[in-house]
Design a protein around this ligand. Structure first.
Ligand code: MLT
Length: 256
């Protein structure tokens, strides 16, 4: 199984990702918000990369079954119903709703991967379901870290490294890694011991704490707390059906 990692969407274009299996990671916070919204009964998440597209797509249905969610600079966008704190995506807020979702890095990474063969949204909160899917699929895949404004970020890279490390521990799988994938595994080994503390100390972790979202970091680093698999189906992200019925077993974190 070949795994390649990209640390920012700026390293790839849509055609490069076409027909590949792509795992998009945006630990803080798009992956975690998307997974939690779907677990809480949201009908679908429709990712868009600009606020203008969000307003246009939601059109006349806005406010009824269609909500707008997302952020700019970490804060809710004017005229939107929800920001990008996963804690806002409660059952009461999202059940049965279609959510047009626009965030700075996460939704743009998803939009960039829209021609993928399979596109999965992953974070620490759904680590085991992601691994289960990868093993079941048993094909090469690419991990696209959403990063931060086209740059590398630690939280997404450590999460990518955790996926790779857990696969490396499975002796039935022969892995072939590109250099960034090897580096991600090394990063996880050195920084993955206390996820919450590590991620709190990152650039984005510090920023979120500063603007009042410290609790989101705890939520987004809570391993396997949202055991669902968000997958792109057409233009929207939905739950992979069987995940509703069968949550994955808890991840056993390897000794480091
Ligand atoms: C993003 O997509 O850039 C993020 O999820 C930012 C955030 O709201 O923390």
């Amino acid at each position: 199984m070949k795994i390649e990692v990209f640390y920012s969407p700026s390293q790839v274009d849509e055609l490069f990702l076409r027909d590949k299996n792509v795992i998009v990671i945006d630990v803080l916070r798009a992956s975690s918000s998307i997974a939690y919204a779907l677990m809480n009964g949201a009908r679908e998440i429709i990712p868009v990369s600009t606020v203008e597209s969000a307003v246009k797509i939601s059109g006349n249905l806005f406010g009824d079954v269609v909500l707008r969610g997302g952020e700019r600079n970490g804060k809710m966008i004017e005229g939107f119903n929800l920001g990008n704190s996963p804690l806002e995506y409660t059952e009461t807020a999202v059940k049965g709703k279609s959510i047009i979702f626009c965030t700075t890095n996460g939704s743009s990474a998803i939009v960039k991967s829209r021609y993928a063969k399979n596109l999965v949204v992953a974070g620490f909160v759904n680590m085991s379901t992601t691994l289960e899917f990868i093993k079941e699929l048993n094909e090469d895949f690419s991990i696209l870290c959403a990063g931060k404004q086209s740059l590398f970020c630690i939280e997404d890279s450590v999460c990518a490294g955790m996926i790779i490390t857990l696969l490396m521990n499975d002796e039935t799988i022969a892995l072939e890694l590109n250099d960034p994938a090897v580096a991600a595994a090394v990063l996880y080994k050195s920084m993955g011991k206390n996820l919450s503390r590590t991620i709190r100390a990152t650039d984005h972790g510090k920023y979120l704490t500063e603007i009042g979202f410290k609790n989101d970091i705890k939520f987004c680093t809570d391993l396997d707390s949202v055991p669902v698999l968000p997958m792109l189906a057409g233009n929207s992200i939905k739950l992979r059906k069987k995940e509703i019925l069968k949550p994955a077993p808890k991840t056993t974190v390897p000794a480091q």
